[in-house]
Design a protein around this ligand. Structure first.
Ligand SMILES: Nc1ncnc2c1ncn2[C@@H]1O[C@H](COP(=O)(O)OP(=O)(O)OP(=O)(O)O)[C@@H](O)[C@H]1O
Length: 376
């Protein structure tokens, strides 16, 4: 999980993460980079009839296919991506993740709905404006790298800058800077992609995307072909880059643990719809329905839940505040502190004691009993 842990915000709509799907921009703080409202992508004959017909909109995927021959890959999806967040789109194969993310830059043309970037209507953009969007403002990192096999690492990274019209000297300098940023500067710069491991190739892909200095990075399952250790390594790289640069990222994955590790917020998709959108802690601690509950059943809760959820609220009354945990402290870390000290620890924010956690409170989270209390 990146950044500081997040407060649970139970008053938001669980499916959209919006205070009110109708008036959402700015509702959760900073203005959105992407604002998506009621977006549909339907494949098939007379696709544009589907979103407009309430009868069709009610059908399941298979019923819709039987009735119309169409597949609604994205169904009435609304959300904001905030500046500086890692926004994860997660779901099983075929749930609509790639289609949704490709709609954001109109690599796939949406069938219906509205879509803004920094308040500008993406659906109204002409060809030139769209090209500018894809070259300068939003860069994509793919699973299959998409590297040019006959060019060196450095030239692959510089390639996007060449398209942008940057001078040779300038682009080589910038490419070298990006290659160093992703840790490939120890003699690998002149190799061809075929002479690199999968993880190293993905770093080239990342450096190439960063070289354009885009406002947003879109990752389409970038690490799913990598072995687990390298994959973990690359996830940490993304988190580090995010911390260093605060760049907005949209990250597709079908892997829940990856989503929980890198995501500030996660949109969980099923059959083209977002079934829940929230922080990792909201999704694990407060699943929207049985599908999500099932999905997160095996997550080690102490690695996701924080003491804000675990604590017994109320000022301890004393001046000392033993432990002095921040509300965002993970339950796993609090267990360590409480077990070592043998006493309850205080949760303190801006000098105020918000509550205490003891052995029993922490164990309740590990056992999932806090979840049962919420359900009751
Ligand atoms: N060009 C197309 N024509 C018809 N149906 C399509 C097309 N592209 C995607 N689909 C369908 O749309 C649905 C969503 O596909 P999509 O590729 O977005 O899912 P995904 O979640 O990214 O899956 P994966 O994890 O396997 O890549 C699927 O049912 C898919 O078969």
């Amino acid at each position: 999980m990146s950044g500081t842990p997040h407060p649970v915000t139970p008053d938001l709509d669980k499916r959209t993460g919006l205070a009110d799907a109708a008036d959402a921009p700015g509702a959760v703080g900073t203005p959105p980079v992407f604002g998506v409202r009621n977006l549909w992508k339907v494949f098939g004959p007379k696709a544009d009839h589907v979103p407009r017909n309430p009868e069709y909109a009610r059908l399941s995927q298979s019923e819709l296919r039987a009735a119309t021959g169409c597949t609604a890959a994205v169904r009435n999806v609304s959300f904001d991506v905030h500046k500086g967040e890692v926004f994860v789109v997660m779901g099983l194969s075929g749930s609509g993740k790639s289609t949704l993310v490709r709609c954001l830059t109109r690599l796939i043309e949406p069938t219906y709905g509205s879509l803004d970037i920094d308040g500008e209507d993406v659906l109204a953009m002409d060809k030139n404006r769209l090209r500018e969007l894809r070259r300068h403002r939003v860069a994509m990192v793919f699973q299959h790298f998409g590297l040019l096999p006959h060019r060196s690492v450095l030239d692959n990274v510089a390639y996007g800058l060449e398209i942008q019209g940057m001078s040779r000297a300038e682009r080589r300098e910038r490419a070298a800077e990006m290659v160093a940023k992703v840790g490939l500067d120890d003699g690998l710069e002149q190799r061809r992609p075929g002479q690199l491991s999968g993880g190293q190739q993905q770093r080239v892909g990342l450096a190439r995307a960063l070289a354009a200095d885009p406002e947003v990075l879109l990752f389409d399952e970038p690490f799913s072909a990598l072995d687990p250790l390298i994959r973990r390594n690359m996830q940490e790289e993304v988190i580090r880059l995010h911390h260093d640069e605060g760049r907005t990222m949209v990250f597709i994955t079908h892997d829940l643990s990856e989503a929980l590790r890198v995501g500030d917020r996660i949109a969980l998709m099923r059959d083209g719809e977002i079934v829940q959108l929230g922080t990792p802690e909201e999704i694990v601690g407060s699943p929207a329905d049985d599908y999500v509950r099932d999905f997160v059943r095996d997550v080690p809760r102490e690695q996701v839940m924080t003491v804000r959820t675990a604590m017994r609220p109320g000022d301890c009354g004393g001046p000392e505040h033993p432990g002095t945990l921040t509300p965002g402290t993970l339950v796993a870390d609090a267990i360590d502190i409480v077990a070592r000290s043998g006493r309850a620890a205080c949760v303190v924010e801006s000098g105020h004691c918000l509550g205490q956690v003891d052995h029993a409170a922490l164990l309740r989270v590990v056992a999932g009993l806090d979840r049962e209390e919420v359900a009751a």
